[in-house]
Each structure stands twice: as structure tokens, then as C-alpha cells.
Design a protein around this ligand. Structure first.
Ligand SMILES: [Zn+2]
Length: 678
């Protein structure tokens, strides 16, 4: 159903051509809302126009005041020069960081120093994120060296009079990036809050490699024994002002008003080759290839239009969607490309197909999985029969962190899987350079993305029927796998579970299978829309999916009875609700704007006590992973918070009702949800 277009794209999409565009993009320092981003946007605009595609750069206010769906636009920021020198001890004096050499050497959105710069004593901290580290310290006029989260360091250090921050942290990314394994600087930025809110005090900051930091720490220790301190001289020429946020938009019209979107974020500091010049360059190559094939008549005018969007991550997507709400119902599918060009050997990465959450039914993930299977299976064994992958790829559960999480939100409702390589040894560091990009990988992803776009742009009744049949098989396989993994886990458990535990496990499985059957049934509803007509097979497919759910439950029961020698599985014992569940059962949260909530921008609406509670929550959120986001997606103004907690547990296996209640209470205080108490 797509093999012919796939092989056409395989012949026409060029990895080396995409790499040339990538080289053009990384010539720019692409901080969102900055002159560098604007230059990159215009470079991409010209590439689209060269290909004969109708394209424009849309401009939105970058003023720190305007919000789109409650998401604040950053003030524009521009840096011209920044140098950090060690000046004492004199024998070790020298340049530690120079913005002209490495843009990542400056904490992005840093403030300026006085024109001649300033000299300051360095106070060495560890993480610098706990109050206790600052006890008894007077930081007036000094700078701190710390490895912890730079926003928290800023908050604590500036409150005690510090004037700047030297950051020498590096996020570990096991197993590909263990501690201290990479000599590079980590991409670090001061966050922005709407200037309509209370604005936190600002300062300048420099980024050092962990190795540079280690050297300074030792030096500071040696100097301290002699009663002396390290001193640095810092000059930063930078400014923040009301400016603009740009989105590059290109489109190829179809025969109807329906559309398919391809998007990628164009932002990030120079060079950020894989993140995300790679996704942007693949987007340009896909657009150019399709336009060329249309022009030469090798592809017909599609039924649905194609839209290409290059955005500053999150910001641009919020701005674009909020100002194009009329388009949203017309979009049948989208695809987000983020970090796709990795040389897998160098980066240690795997190409992940990040699917939709269960709250957002779609057929897009299944189609993209089929396409990737075909792209990866183009190599044949020696007998010329079986295809096998020559690059790593895998389907992955939904996670946020890029623009797809806005489109996919049920309040927006655009199915948008993401292709992303993870982990990446060089992620968010100065070492994410063009030599880490594999042009063959750019081509693989380009072929997959183009095939996906074209399939959705042209799908009609026959394609919808084909995908419907496939969805039934995919559902059967997924449900069988879930039951098998569940049984494997119980079979291996020590000590042997009691009959009551087994009954509880069976009830939990029923919930998890049930939610997935519900999701598949809702997903099937996309098919008549693709077909443009009623599908007689639809009811039959739904029946098969329901039957698959029942079959797996019967197998689960039989498997338990066989493995544990039980004559019958008891019904799960009724468990009384605890106080938090009782509370959650009386709360019905309602969302107040479209798109995911962004509490980090609204912290300043909380009292100091609540801000402390928020920090505690954020620490706890680590163990809770994607659960808060999944919960927000399930929030539809009708479900109680307890029903939401149940669904989150069925979806991702995590349950912490107390944490969810406290989280939603904070969201309510920030004005991000309204709560009906029953
Ligand atoms: Zn990215």
C-alpha cells in the first residue's frame, strides 16, 4: 500500500543534500527569539522557495508579555560577545570561555556585565541547589561555581548578592554518557517567565566543561589553604528586548481543505547539529523532493494538502496553533522530527518511534511502524529473501519533551508521532557537531517521513480498509504481548504470589487490557474520515478487537490456573479507598486553555510556601515520570481525579494518588485548572 512510493522516495531523497542544508542551518546560533534564529528561518525559507514551494516566515511578538494558549513568548535576546578569564592565581591565568569560539560557553539569555566587565571572587559550591549549601555565605559581588540546575542556583545565589554563575554540570545519560566521560560544555539556559508575572532577578552565567570545573575546584582548594581565593574577569555584551518569534511555513496544496503536517524545531544553540538541524534538514529535503516529483508529474496532485513547519520548540508551536485554530480540525495526521540524523555508532543511539498516549486515539503510529519496518528491511539476507535492519529502530511509549506533545494533546487532537534518536552521547552539548550526523540516516528518516506524509495525503477508501485490517492484527499482537509479559512477571516472582495477590493482578490486567481495547476502538474511528465514506468493515474490526481482549483475559486466567495449580481464580478482594483516593474521588478538574499545562512558567503565582511545595513535587516527579502529563491529557472536565489516576496507572503502570492530588491542587492555585469539588 506504500511500497511503490517508498521506493520512489528511496530513489529521490538524498542524504548528502540534506546534510548540505544541515551545514547551512548550523551556521546560525538559533536561540528562539534571537537574530540568529531569524537568520536560520530565512535560510530555510529560501531553501523552500528554491524548490518552488509557497513559503513564508510568520512573525509573532517576542516580548515576554504575549501568551498563546497561556504559553508566554520569550523576550528576544541577543549576545554579541562574552569572555571569561581566570585572573588569580596569576600563574594559572587564561581564558576559560569565549562566546566567539563556542556559543554554548555562555548561559543563554545571560544579562550583560558593565561594558568593561567585572572582576569577582569565585565561591565554589557543589550542586548549589539546596539552601544548606549557602549557610553563612556572603556572596555580595561574587560569582558561584556550581553543577546543579542553573535556575535554582540563580535563585539562591542572587538572593545572597551573587552577580554571576559559572556552571560546570553535565547531565549523565547512561549507558552512553557516564559521568565525566565527555569533555564538552552543556547547553544551559536561563528560563523565561512572562514579564507580566513577577520577574526573577537575572544575571550572567558561563558554562564550563566538567573537566574545567574540576580543575578550578582543585585550584580553589589549593588557594584556600594559602588564604587566597580564585578570581575571574567576565565581560558579557548582551541584551533582552521586545522582538519577535518566527515560524517558517511552507505548503503544497491538495484538492481538499484537509492537510497533513511535517514539523521540526529549528532552534537551539550553535551548532546543535543533530538537535535539531537534522530534523529541520530532513524536512527541507522531503519538501523539496515531493515538490520536484509533483512538478515533473511523477506524483499526482494529492487529495490533502501538505504543510511544513519549522518552529522554535514549543513557543512556535503554541503561537502557530493558537493563531490557526481553524486549521486544526482539518489536519488528519502530523509527524514531528527531532534529533533524527545521529550516526548511531558514534552517538550510541536508537531511532525511536514515539507513539501517541492512550488518551489520543490515532492510526498514525501503526502506519509509521509499518513504514519503518519496510525502510529498515530493505537490506536482504544472502538468499535475497528476508529483510533485516541495518540501523537500530524501536517503537517507544509516549513521552513529551518536544512539539508533538502539544499537537497530540486531546484538546488539540492532531495525531503526531515523533521520530527521535535516543540516547545520544552528545545530546545538548557543544559536541553535537556535524561529524556526529550520518547522511545515510538522514535519508532513511527522509524516506520514512515522505512515505508517511504521502500515504496520509492520498489515502482513500482502499487504503483505509487496508489499514483497518492491519489495525486488528496489530491490536491482537499488542494485547497478546501484554498478557505474556504480565504472566512472565508473575511466574518469576519470589515468593510465589498468594491467591489474593493473583486475583488482584488479574483485575489489574483486566483494567490495562480494557483501556487498550477502548483505545483501539476509538482509533478505528479515524478510518471513515480517511476513506471519505462509511466503511462497512468497521463494525467487524471492532468486534475482532473486543474479542481479542476477551481472548487474552481467558488466556491469562488459564495461564494462572496452570502455573500456580489453582482450581479457580478468586475475585479480587474489595479494597477500601484510602484518604487520598477518597479525596481524589471528589475532585473533578477542568482545563482552562488548550494545549498542555506549563506550570514552570507560572511558579511565581504561588506563595513562597507553595513554591517550596512545588520544588518538592518536582523532585518527586522524577519517580513519577510521564504520569503528570498523562493525567493532564485524561483531564476532560468529567472524569474525577481518581478515575484519572486509575487510567494513568493502567496506561503507564504508576500510581501515586497523593502526589496527583497535591499536583492538581498546585495547578489550581496557578490558575491552570479549575476544580469542581463533589
Ligand atoms: Zn530537540
Amino acid at each position: 500500500m506504500f511500497k511503490e512510493t517508498l521506493s520512489l522516495f528511496r530513489q529521490t531523497i538524498s542524504g548528502p543534500a540534506a546534510l548540505q542544508d544541515l551545514a547551512g542551518i548550523i551556521a546560525h546560533h538559533r536561540i528562539q527569539s534571537s537574530p540568529g534564529f531569524r537568520q536560520a528561518a530565512h535560510f530555510c525559507l529560501e531553501r523552500l522557495r528554491d524548490a518552488g514551494i509557497a513559503a513564508q516566515v510568520l512573525s509573532f511578538p517576542g516580548d515576554g508579555v504575549t501568551t498563546y494558549w497561556d504559553y508566554p513568548m520569550p523576550q528576544e535576546w541577543s549576545a554579541r560577545a562574552a569572555v571569561l578569564r581566570l585572573v588569580a592565581p596569576e600563574k594559572e591565568a587564561g581564558v576559560l570561555a569565549d562566546y566567539r569560539e563556542e556559543r554554548i560557553a555562555l548561559v543563554q539569555r545571560s544579562m550583560a556585565t558593565p561594558p568593561d566587565g567585572l572582576e569577582a571572587e569565585v565561591v565554589v559550591l557543589e550542586e548549589g541547589v539546596e539552601e544548606s549549601e549557602y549557610e553563612g555565605l556572603d556572596l555580595t559581588g561574587k560569582v558561584v561555581l556550581a553543577r546543579g540546575e542553573v535556575e535554582r542556583v540563580r535563585e539562591l545565589a542572587l538572593a545572597r548578592g551573587a552577580v554571576g554563575i559559572l556552571f560546570d554540570g553535565m547531565r549523565e545519560a547512561p549507558p552512553v554518557r557516564p559521568l565525566l566521560s565527555l569533555e564538552a560544555r552543556q547547553y544551559t539556559s536561563f528560563w523565561w517567565e512572562s514579564t507580566a508575572e513577577a520577574v526573577p532577578r537575572r544575571c550572567f552565567g558561563f558554562v564550563l566543561s566538567p573537566q574545567q570545573g574540576e580543575r578550578l575546584r582543585r585550584l580553589a582548594w589549593a588557594e584556600a589553604r594559602e588564604g587566597r581565593a580564585l578570581r575571574v574577569h567576565a565581560t558579557v555584551d548582551a541584551s533582552s528586548y521586545a522582538g519577535h518569534v518566527e515560524v517558517v511555513e511552507g505548503s503544497i496544496p491538495g484538492e481538499t481543505s484537509e492537510e497533513v503536517w511535517l514539523m521540526a524545531h529549528l532552534c537551539h544553540p550553535q551548532p546543535s547539529a543533530n538537535d535539531n538541524a537534522s530534523g529541520s534538514a530532513v524536512l527541507l529535503e522531503v519538501a523539496r523532493t515531493i515538490a520536484g516529483l509533483l512538478e515533473s508529474g511523477r506524483l499526482p496532485r494529492p487529495r490533502r494538502g501538505l504543510r511544513f513547519l519549522l518552529v522554535p520548540e514549543m513557543t512556535g508551536t503554541y503561537a502557530y496553533l493558537a493563531t490557526h485554530e481553524d486549521l486544526i480540525p482539518q489536519v488528519v495526521a502530523a509527524l514531528n522530527l527531532d534529533m533524527v540524523g545521529e550516526d548511531q555508532g558514534k552517538c550510541g543511539s536508537c531511532l525511536l518511534l514515539t507513539g501517541a498516549p492512550l488518551s489520543a486515539p490515532s492510526v498514525s503510529d501503526d502506519l509509521l511502524a509499518l513504514i519503518l519496518e519496510a525502510v529498515a528491511g530493505e537490506s536482504k539476507d544472502l538468499a535475497g529473501e528476508e529483510g533485516y535492519p541495518i540501523f537500530r529502530w524501536a517503537p517507544a511509549a509516549f513521552s513529551g519533551g518536544s512539539d508533538h506533545y502539544i499537537l497530540t494533546d486531546p484538546t488539540v487532537g492532531i495525531p503526531c508521532p515523533m521520530l527521535l534518536q535516543w540516547p545520544d552521547r552528545f545530546y545538548h552539548t557543544s559536541a553535537d557537531t556535524i561529524d556526529k550526523v550520518d547522511p545515510a540516516m538522514l535519508a532513511h528518516v527522509g524516506v520514512a517521513a515522505a512515505t508517511y506524509l504521502w500515504w496520509f495525503a492520498t489515502a482513500g477508501p482502499r487504503e483505509a480498509r487496508w489499514l483497518g485490517q492491519h489495525l486488528v492484527t496489530a491490536a491482537e499482537i499488542a494485547l497478546a504481548r501484554m498478557r505474556r509479559a504480565w504472566l512472565d512477571e508473575l511466574a518469576g516472582r519470589e515468593p510465589t504470589p498468594s491467591p489474593e495477590e493473583l486475583a488482584g493482578a488479574l483485575a489489574a490486567l483486566q483494567g490495562r487490557l480494557g483501556l487498550r481495547v477502548e483505545h483501539r476502538l476509538a482509533s478505528l474511528q479515524w478510518l471513515p474520515r480517511l476513506a471519505g465514506e462509511a466503511l462497512p468493515g468497521l463494525e467487524g474490526w471492532a468486534t475482532e478487537v473486543r474479542a481479542a481482549g476477551e481472548r487474552e483475559m481467558a488466556r491469562a486466567r488459564a495461564g494462572l490456573a496452570d502455573l500456580f495449580g489453582l482450581d479457580e481464580i478468586l475475585a479480587a478482594p474489595e479494597r477500601p479507598r484510602d484518604v487520598w483516593e477518597e479525596r481524589a474521588a471528589g475532585m473533578v478538574p477542568r482545563r482552562v486553555h488548550r494545549g498542555p499545562v506549563n506550570p514552570q512558567h507560572r511558579r511565581s503565582r504561588l506563595s513562597p510556601e507553595d513554591q517550596a511545595a512545588w520544588r518538592e513535587w518536582m523532585k518527586k516527579a522524577g519517580h513519577f515520570s510521564a504520569a503528570p502529563l498523562l493525567a493532564v491529557y485524561w483531564t476532560d472536565g468529567r472524569r474525577t481525579l481518581l478515575e484519572i489516576a486509575d487510567r494513568v496507572e493502567q496506561e503507564c503502570g504508576r500510581r501515586d494518588v497523593e502526589a496527583l492530588v497535591r499536583y492538581y491542587e498546585l495547578l489550581e492555585k496557578m490558575g491552570l485548572v479549575e476544580m469542581e469539588n463533589r
